[in-house]
Design a protein around this ligand. Structure first.
Ligand SMILES: Cc1ncc(COP(=O)(O)O)c(C=O)c1O
Length: 325
């Protein structure tokens, strides 16, 4: 039989697609890495399967155990998918920022979802970080994935996304553009790529209202920089240890509105339905456009699928209500 033994074997080896209109408009070569092609519709499938396998191998996770995570949604979905197949219980602590669709998918995989206030500071007992940690402490045979401080998050991309991009571009890529949330995707991939060719430029895309860019540029972590924003999965109000700043050459910050409009543009010009962070990454490409030369090969990672945002980004009513149209 030519087939897969389980859905988990379909994770990775996602397509790299030339963004034709964008390449023409920016007079260079822009390629999108389509992470929506993973079975859980995002790049987070890569870390879920890797982290759980490592926990099993090290004996931290035993049959009947519980997987706990604090996440804005995608890591939860991927963990819920892996947990369902391997027979683990899964508890996801998330924030009120989560879309209706993302929560429904977690529940479809059988996960328990705990929604925490998005305004709660990380050390507030009501924050999604604190709730997850507390649950882990009181639940026997449980693991807390803690993706913001888990080196496996970076390693997963070092071993998969990095080598895939190197192979798919035949070692010709010149720029890698990627959103930074936990930083796992950009850091692991960039580390691998720079080991192959240190001249590859890596551009981190952050949100206006996040603390990462100032920290990268000035080494300053200032809570006064924190502002609310809509983009899911982009930027942070903490400095995760999974952001390996040494592999990121530059940071750009993007606003909600242009990012969301870029995602809509991508759907209508390239027929790729990406999430808001894909739009943010594209907006980062636009901000950086003056640095690209005609024969550059620019890879932009599109982290997840737009289908999860039909009631937000792809709803005209929601866009209008929020002043984005
Ligand atoms: C939709 C989305 N885009 C981008 C990211 C950022 O990826 P990373 O956490 O690897 O930096 C995340 C992560 O939470 C995400 O959920």
């Amino acid at each position: 039989m030519i087939g897969k033994n389980s859905i988990l074997e379909t994770i990775g080896e996602t397509p790299l697609i030339r963004l034709q209109e964008l390449s023409k408009e920016l007079n260079t070569n822009i390629w999108g890495k389509l992470e929506a092609a993973n079975p859980g519709h995002s790049a987070k499938d890569r870390i879920a399967v890797y982290v759980v396998r490592c926990a099993e191998e090290k004996g931290y996770l035993k049959p009947g155990g519980t997987i706990i995570e604090s996440t804005s949604g995608n890591t939860g979905r991927s963990l819920a998918m892996v947990a369902a197949l391997r027979g683990y219980k899964c508890i996801i602590c998330t924030t009120t920022k989560i879309s209706f669709e993302k929560k429904a998918v977690l529940e479809a995989y059988g996960a328990e979802v705990i929604v925490c206030p998005k305004e709660a500071k990380p050390d507030d007992p009501e924050s999604y970080y604190s709730r997850a940690r507390a649950l882990h402490e009181k639940t026997p045979n449980s693991i807390y994935i803690n993706q913001y401080y888990n080196t496996h998050n970076v390693e997963a991309h070092y071993h998969s996304t990095g080598p895939e991009l190197w192979k798919q571009t035949e070692g010709k890529l010149t720029h890698y553009v990627c959103c930074v949330g936990t930083g796992g995707t950009i850091s692991g991939t960039a580390q691998y790529l720079k080991e192959q060719n240190p001249a590859i430029r890596v551009l981190g895309v952050d949100a206006v209202g996040s603390v990462l860019t100032r920290y990268a540029r000035e080494g300053v972590l200032d809570e006064n920089d924190i502002r609310p924003y809509m983009l899911e999965g982009v930027g942070k109000n903490i400095i995760p240890s999974t952001v390996l700043f040494e592999y990121i050459d530059e940071f750009v910050q993007v606003e909600d509105k242009p990012s969301l409009l870029r995602a809509r543009q991508l759907a209508r010009t390239e027929s790729i339905l990406a999430g808001p962070s894909g739009g943010a990454a594209l907006e980062g490409v636009y901000q950086y456009r003056h640095y690209f030369k005609p024969d550059d090969q620019v890879v932009v990672l599109l982290p997840d699928h737009g289908i999860s945002y039909l009631s937000k980004l792809y709803s005209d009513a929601w866009m209008e209500e929020n002043g984005f149209l």
